[in-house]
Design a protein around this ligand. Structure first.
Ligand SMILES: Nc1ncnc2c1ncn2[C@@H]1O[C@H](COP(=O)(O)OP(=O)(O)OP(=O)(O)O)[C@@H](O)[C@H]1O
Ligand SMILES: [Mg+2]
Length: 475
């Protein structure tokens, strides 16, 4: 069975409970012994009082009897008569106390005292009876035998023995009591010392536990920090790589656009000039051929237009020639016009580093493609603003909104591409939608103010990537 608490906690706890029970036991035993000693003490006091009282009553009875015999005055008999029932009563109480609390020796002495008291009372009664029957002289003769005196001495001796025995047992009880108190004191001291030791052990264990936890927490924090650093470094590397790949891709597209422009453009223009010349010549002599050549000219024009579109797709010449603001303006207007959308544009006239400009241009391109393909929107808002920290772009449509889970879908390459471009430039990308309110894309790319200014100067002094200006059918 699995233990609920570890042994190092369970053990001091169990010992703590045992020590508490032991302290309780000691206190209870001490109380019981004290109570017992207290009862024994008050019983001893009561017995001593009863013995002394019995002796005094017998003395009273004897004095009354003697007074009567000497004076013949009957009033002297009153104390005698009054003492007799009291003697019975007091001695009965004494015997009861001795039988309950006294030792066997005391019980023996009480028995003998009982016999002696009986004899003494008989002796006094007999003397009085003789006085009644045979006169005072006869009574005095009986007294003179010394029997009464003897009995009284024996009674006193027996009473003294009981008192001595009582004192002895009180002394023994007192000694035992002192011993008990000492035992209780030592026991309490031991338990208290043990409790303090136990508390110390618990304190040491708790300290060790806290230190262990603290060390574990520190290791975890350290490990977390290391992992975070690793993730940041990897993310940085991936962003760099992505940035590099985007740049390479854009450069590749640029090169392709330039080749198509220079080579295919030259071929098409040459072919067009030759066909135009031939068509001119055939116009009067070979009208059928001239007609075919005119058709070929029209096809060549289509080829030129297609070449221009392909070049524009590969590398937006407007971006290179007129900058991000004009390129975006043109791109949005063109797209909205083609798709029959109302567009609201708020594009600040700014200059940006080429990698930021092309990223924003491509993001707007993908966003517009998606709006036209999926949103069934009527209005599109595009906003491009810049401040000291960077540039922000917002593209909003009032279409159907995103289907659920599309943000994290691995098939959403368009959205993933937008996000990746922004991340590569250390920016933030958000796409969100609520049913009935369309979709909003928010992008922020940090571009320090001085980089924006520098770009303006660069832009002024460096030639554009593609030499051609705004698209023209001839180029
Ligand atoms: N503006 C929008 N309004 C409504 N739905 C949209 C909008 N933009 C994107 N979506 C939804 O999000 C999905 C993912 O878009 P994403 O551009 O990532 O991929 P795609 O357009 O389907 O494919 P790709 O862009 O790779 O050709 C789309 O299929 C579409 O359902
Ligand atoms: Mg798409």
């Amino acid at each position: 069975m699995k233990r609920l608490l570890p042994l190092r906690v369970l053990l001091p706890l169990a010992l703590g409970v045992i020590v508490s029970l032991a302290v309780l036991g000691f206190a209870e035993i001490g109380y019981r012994r004290l109570e017992f000693a207290n009862k024994a003490m008050s019983a001893a006091l009561e017995m001593e009082t009863a013995v002394n009282e019995t002796l005094a009553l017998i003395g009273d009875a004897e004095s009354g009897q003697r007074g009567y015999l000497l004076t013949g005055d009957a009033s002297y008999l009153n104390p005698y008569k009054a003492a007799l029932p009291k003697i019975d009563h007091t001695f009965a109480r004494l015997r009861e106390l001795i039988n309950t609390n006294g030792s066997t020796v005391m019980i023996d002495h009480a028995g003998q005292l009982n016999v002696l008291i009986g004899k003494k009372l008989n002796e006094m009664e007999s003397t009085l009876a003789l006085n009644e029957r045979s006169g005072r002289q006869a009574a005095f003769q009986l007294i003179d035998t010394g029997l009464g005196q003897q009995l009284m001495e024996q009674i006193r001796a027996q009473a003294q023995s009981i008192l001595d025995e009582l004192r002895e047992s009180s002394r023994r009880g007192g000694a035992r009591w002192a011993q008990d108190i000492e035992f209780g004191r030592v026991g309490m001291l031991t338990m208290t010392a043990f409790t303090i030791a136990l508390l110390f052990v618990v304190w040491a264990l708790a300290r060790r536990e806290i230190s262990a936890r603290e060390a574990k927490r520190r290791t975890l924090i350290e490990e977390q920090r290391r992992l975070e650093q690793e993730v940041t470094a990897r993310t940085e590397e991936l962003s760099e790589l992505s940035n590099y790949l985007q740049t390479v891709r854009e450069e590749e597209k640029s090169r392709l656009a330039r080749d198509i422009h220079d080579e295919l453009g030259g071929i098409l223009v040459g072919a067009k000039m030759d066909v135009a010349w031939a068509a001119q010549r055939c116009k009067s002599s070979l009208p059928e051929a001239a007609e075919k050549l005119d058709r070929a000219l029209a096809i060549l024009d289509e080829g030129v237009e297609m070449k221009r579109r392909i070049i524009e797709e590969l590398r937006p010449t407007l971006l290179d020639n007129l900058g991000i603001s004009s390129a975006l303006d043109w791109q949005v207007r063109q797209a909205c016009e083609r798709a029959g959308l109302n567009c609201e544009l708020n594009v600040a006239d700014i200059e940006l580093p080429p990698e930021v400009a092309i990223a924003l241009y491509r993001i707007v391109q993908e966003a517009l493609t998606n709006i036209i393909k999926y949103a069934s929107a009527r209005n599109v808002d595009v906003e491009l603003l810049a401040d000291d920290e960077g540039v922000s772009l917002i593209v909003h449509d009032d279409g159907a909104g995103l289907p659920s889970g599309v943000e994290s879908s691995r098939l959403s390459h368009g959205i993933a591409g937008m996000r990746q471009r922004v991340r590569a430039l250390h920016g933030t990308f958000k796409i969100g939608s609520r049913p009935g309110t369309g979709t909003t894309i928010e992008v922020f790319i940090p571009v320090p103010k001085n980089a924006q200014d520098a770009q303006t100067i660069d832009q002024e002094i460096s030639p554009p990537l593609l030499p051609s200006p705004a698209p023209s059918p001839a180029s």
